[in-house]
Design a protein around this ligand. Structure first.
Ligand code: SAM
Length: 185
């Protein structure tokens, strides 16, 4: 199932010494909730590799590009017809603008870590708040993607997965797919 609009995440302001766990979760959450890839505007191969490893094992084509320059990343995306959605607690309410965002071809959702540069607010096509309250890039991203795809992201399949988790009432069921042989772990 190809979700529309395509969505990509740009993570800016990442500090390797303190944001590794949160930035990794930015990648894992956006992959699981329908995004097609992530750009990391910092040089942290460890984070990019851990996200890529999960994508390799659990399937799909999600990518994580390390060490991009955030402004040229945005400008290239806009030149290719994409629109930029900057998640910020100061923005317009998600519920008031999501219908317009859904009509876009493809969107780049930008989340910060430390204070974001002021010119990002100008560069963005949409400055969007998930409640005008301070919370987290992870919760903001998750709710933004869920409102963008109206829950369809929860039905995503990852057919080429090596590891597949089956819904289980009690306990865990994991299937390891290896060249067509399935083995329950
Ligand atoms: N202190 C930083 C500043 O003032 O720019 C932001 C820290 S905040 C934990 C990190 C990121 O989470 C923000 O850049 C934004 O992308 C996201 N975020 C936090 N609360 C949000 C909200 N209510 N709506 C949308 N995004 C939010």
């Amino acid at each position: 199932m190809n979700l529309k609009p395509e969505s990509y995440i740009l993570r800016i302001g990442h500090r390797p010494e303190r944001d590794q766990r949160v930035t990794t979760h930015v990648g894992l959450s956006s992959r699981a909730l329908g995004a097609s890839g992530m750009y990391l505007a910092a040089d942290d191969a460890k984070v990019a590799d851990s996200i890529t490893d999960v994508a390799a094992r659990f399937g799909g084509t999600f990518f994580c590009e390390n060490n991009v320059k955030w402004k040229s990343c945005i400008n290239q995306f806009k030149k290719s017809g994409g629109k930029v959605v900057h998640l910020t607690m100061y923005g317009l309410r998600l519920q008031d603008v999501i219908a317009d965002i859904r009509k876009e071809e493809k969107v780049m959702i930008v989340v910060g870590a430390e204070k974001v540069p002021g010119d990002l607010y100008e560069l963005a096509d949409y400055n969007v708040a998930v409640a005008n309250q301070p919370h987290s890039e992870i919760s903001a991203l998750a709710l933004c993607l869920d409102h963008l795809y109206e829950g369809r992201e929860l039905d995503l399949a990852f057919p080429d997965a090596e590891l597949e988790v089956l819904p289980t009432k009690i306990g865990k069921t994991t299937i390891k797919h290896e060249h067509g042989n399935e083995e329950e772990l």
